[in-house]
Design a protein around this ligand. Structure first.
Ligand SMILES: Cc1cc2nc3c(=O)[nH]c(=O)nc-3n(C[C@H](O)[C@H](O)[C@H](O)COP(=O)(O)OP(=O)(O)OC[C@H]3O[C@@H](n4cnc5c(N)ncnc54)[C@H](O)[C@@H]3O)c2cc1C
Length: 460
């Protein structure tokens, strides 16, 4: 429970109606998508940037810990108040699209704007904001920038960082800074925005975000390649891209996921498929779309595909994407708890990475259904265990550790898009040496010398 003196101080900044310490609020803000629970001592909703500044200044002076929070959809515990203190919630007031600048193709938003709300708003004007995490209907742009979220369209359009032009940020001492500009080019000074992207709320609180927009492509179709083995599919991924294919998305489902989609949701997919690649192609002229489909079909067949289907009707396309979007929830047929990681490797290493992942799973006796953004080299690896079996949980964590070590040895990373937060903090020493970790700590100290902002996340 936060001391009364702090509660009163916070109320004097944002008003009584924006500070909560009742049990219902503390429980409601104790979760994120990891389903781990840590109750905060209070939940505070700033009304604007000045409120954020005043709150941070007060908390910094009085050593009150702050956890910034968007929608709480993070998969690694970044928004969990693991050390108590206050939740700084962005969704209540800081949720306005401030400007859509058609001439410069730029949007300026507050951090609590939901990703899909921005997509819809700009699409009405013929523009396009590509990053589309599967959580797009509820995750916030502040959370997306803080995790550097990816999405289904990353193969062609990149990830959140590719769209961040500028940030306004409140530092832990209450100072407000700008990082970046509304210009295509900006090489003056250090790239502070680059440091803040994916910093998981550990360095500053984002109060305003300026994002690049694109023209909306006019034509699109979907495709599905059917492969006898995962190895064939993974070879097709990097070879088709190296051959000049430029799909919007190239998503992978392995045979366990295909089985789960059929058994749990009754989705009809090729029963004998060892692996599927599903995706979209788009363009501003119809021929561009046809050209892309041709390259994909040729490359897929050359790499062992036994089938290549094109979907152009909305119903057909939605059907393919329905399968992909439900992959995560369907695989619970293999175990009550999934230890899910989102490793990323250079694309040419995908065949060997997948082979080793399944071998590690087999060594411990676990099913490891895999799916994800193969076109980006980013795979969601799910070690399925019985959540009530202590031995399986321990073995599952050993399996994850082996997978991480193998991925790093292949030149890959612990996380392609979900971040480190709490759940992967213990693995940071696999991926970074002592000097690199010391540099991270020095950056943290430069921004947050009193360690009040989301402490102990990212292994810091
Ligand atoms: C079903 C499902 C599907 C998902 N699919 C994807 C996917 O396809 N791709 C992907 O990348 N992720 C995905 N995610 C993960 C998650 O949605 C993303 O990480 C998202 O960016 C988190 O946004 P959020 O608003 O929920 O942030 P939160 O979970 O609330 O916070 C995430 C981090 O950002 C910090 N933060 C939030 N707002 C601010 C701010 N204003 N200033 C500073 N720090 C802040 C928090 O402290 C925390 O560390 C998925 C999650 C779910 C549940």
């Amino acid at each position: 429970m936060l001391k009364d003196i702090h509660l009163e101080a916070l109320k004097s900044i944002v008003g009584n109606e924006n500070v909560y310490s009742d049990k219902a609020h503390l429980i409601a803000y104790s979760y994120d998508a990891t389903r781990t629970r840590y109750e905060p001592e209070a939940v505070v909703f700033p009304r604007d940037e000045n409120d954020i500044s005043a709150i941070l200044k007060y908390c910094n002076e009085h050593q009150v810990i702050i956890t910034p929070r968007g929608a709480g959809s993070g998969f690694t515990g970044g928004a969990l108040p693991a050390n108590g203190g206050i939740i700084l919630g962005m969704e209540k007031h800081m949720n306005r699209i401030l400007e859509i600048d058609m001439e410069n193709m730029v949007a300026v938003v507050q951090p609590g704007v939901i990703n899909k709300d921005l997509q819809r708003a700009v699409e009405e004007l013929g523009l396009f904001y590509p990053p589309d995490p599967a959580s797009e209907e509820y995750s916030t742009l502040g959370g997306n920038v803080s995790e550097n979220a990816g999405g289904m369209r990353a193969a062609k359009y990149g990830i959140t960082k590719d769209y961040v032009m500028a940030l306004r940020v409140v530092l832990p001492n209450g100072d407000i800074i700008r990082a970046g500009k509304r210009t295509i080019k900006d090489v003056a000074g250090y790239n502070i925005a680059g440091i803040l992207i994916a910093s998981e709320g550990t360095l500053g609180v984002l109060s305003e975000i300026t994002l690049k927009l694109l023209p909306k492509p006019k034509f699109a179709k979907s495709y599905m390649g059917v492969f006898p083995t995962v190895e064939d599919a993974m070879n097709a991924v990097f070879k088709s891209l190296a051959a000049g294919a430029n799909p919007v998305a190239m998503e992978f489902l392995d045979s366990l996921v295909v089985q789960a989609l059929k058994e749990k949701l009754g989705i009809e997919l090729p029963a004998d498929a060892g692996a599927l690649l599903i995706g979209d192609v788009d363009g501003n002229v119809a021929q561009e779309v046809e050209f892309q489909l041709e390259i994909l079909e040729q490359s897929f067949i050359a790499n062992g595909a036994t089938g290549f289907r094109i979907a152009d009707e909305k119903k057909d396309r939605d059907g393919l994407w329905y399968a992909r979007r439900n992959a995560s929830q369907s695989i619970t047929i293999f175990g009550s708890k999934k230890l899910n990681e989102d490793i990323s490797v250079p694309r040419s290493k995908l065949p060997v990475a997948l082979e080793k992942i399944y071998a590690i799973g087999a060594k411990y006796g676990f099913k490891v259904p895999c799916f994800g953004h193969a076109g980006d080299g980013n795979i969601h690896v799910n070690v399925m265990v019985d959540g009530k079996d202590a031995k399986q949980l321990i073995d599952g964590h050993h399996a994850i550790e082996e997978i991480f070590q193998m991925v790093v040895d292949l030149g890959g990373t612990l996380s392609g898009e979900h971040g480190i937060g709490l759940s992967k903090a213990q693995f940071m020493n696999i991926a970074f040496n002592e000097s690199e970790r010391a540099l991270f700590s020095a950056v943290k100290k430069a921004f947050d010398p009193n360690n009040i902002l989301n402490p102990n996340k990212m292994g810091l």
